[in-house]
Design a protein around this ligand. Structure first.
Ligand code: KG4
Ligand code: ZN
Length: 356
């Protein structure tokens, strides 16, 4: 059995967790998180400088917290993991340097984790998780991707957003409606009492240069503009803004487009298992619509547990355990951080000569 201390500091959540694997099953021992959302909400989005400062203050308290809330002592851990890419470089550095320092002091392996592999691994924190091959819809504040996982750690991106990520669209539309950051939970709450069919917003297709459309790609910037135009039109008519109906119609079209293209992709690829992860995967309408459409098409859906959809360190620990159990078991202490790095090349994070 291995016990891992894992850290997540890629954006606006500072988090630490202890996870273990017993007979191949991933167990969460302790999970601490300090959200900076309220502070960033004052600015309408994440302020990188504030984020890194807060990670620096929060991390020692969170690490102390996971040990004091479990019977585990720091001498009992077998490895330390931290997110090293993608994300805000200054924020990533805080987690990565902390992890490397602990690994060095205790002479244990350090594992740098790709944040998207972390999100993917959140599915292993659920009781009934599928085994590859499966298709993953990863929808967060920074990414909207359809990823085929043939075997463990072999990723093929089949679809992506060409502009805003789905979570980013939620955040931007919330701002247009005068709702707080982060927009996803605020829109979900407001949309509850709205009519999802009141406004017909566009589904955003991406054209191929040779004609036709990319079947599994997304575009959300036109949708945001359509919402803005609708708001301007209603305001110009001096009518009261039906915030609930706009929120519901927006949420509905985003969910519909994500569901339709994911199911089509799974069917075309002959995959009968579809996994939903990332912050937007916490959206209740999306979860319900995905389950309904999948059952019509005999596709099994695995939903990331609600509490592990948005950023957390438990998913980073799960990813590290899955790496530890495969051949390449640790990262070089020379591995730094990177604001961007393709998921398909995440094996390189475990090379003796790291890519960054
Ligand atoms: O995965 P995450 O915590 O961070 C990134 O890696 O980006 O995702 C954050 C995003 C934000 O854009 C937030 O608005 C969205 O996830 N989100 C939601 C919900 N909860 C969080 N979007 C829709 N519905 C939700 N319930
Ligand atoms: Zn994330």
């Amino acid at each position: 059995m291995s016990i891992i201390l894992s850290l997540e500091t890629s954006c606006d959540e500072s988090a630490a967790a202890l996870v273990s694997d017993e007979r191949g099953k991933i167990e969460l021992i302790a999970n601490e998180i300090a959200s900076q959302i309220e502070e960033h909400a004052n600015w309408g989005g994440v302020v990188p400088e504030i984020a890194s400062r807060r990670h620096l203050e929060n991390l020692p308290i969170l690490i102390e917290g996971v040990f004091s809330k479990s019977k585990i002592n720091i001498q009992n851990i077998d490895a330390v993991a931290a997110t090293v890419t993608p994300g805000l470089a200054g924020s990533l550095l805080v987690g990565s340097i902390t992890a490397r320092t602990i690994a060095n002091l205790h002479q244990i392996p350090f594992l740098g984790i790709h944040h998207l592999e972390g999100h993917l691994s959140s599915i292993y924190l659920s009781k009934n998780h599928p085994k590859p091959p499966f298709l993953v819809l990863l929808v967060s504040g920074g990414h909207t991707e359809l990823i085929k996982v043939d075997i463990k750690h072999k990723y093929q991106r089949l679809g992506r957003s060409h502009d805003d990520a789905a979570g980013e669209a939620f955040d931007k539309v919330a701002r247009l409606l005068g709702l707080p950051y982060p927009g996803g939970p605020a829109i979900q709450k407001t949309a509850k009492s709205g009519d999802p069919k009141k406004f017909i917003f566009p589904k955003g297709r991406v054209s191929k240069p040779e004609g036709g459309f990319y079947p599994y790609d997304f575009s959300f910037s036109g949708l945001k503009t359509a919402v803005l135009r609708q708001i301007e039109k209603i305001k110009s008519e001096n009518k009261k803004l039906p915030i609930e109906d706009i929120a519901a119609s927006f949420e509905y079209v985003v969910a519909e487009v994500l569901v339709e293209r994911s199911i089509k992709c799974a069917l075309d690829e002959g995959l009968n298992s579809l996994v939903l992860v990332g912050g937007v995967a916490a959206n209740v309408r999306l979860r319900k619509m995905m389950l309904a459409k999948a059952s019509e098409n005999a596709i099994n859906i695995a939903l990331a547990p609600m509490e592990f959809c948005t950023d957390n360190a438990a998913m980073i620990g799960a990813a590290a355990l899955l790496r530890l159990s495969s051949k390449k078991i640790q990262s070089s202490m020379e591995l730094g951080v990177s604001a961007r790095w393709p998921l398909e090349k995440s094996d390189l994070l475990y090379e003796c000569n790291p890519p960054f």
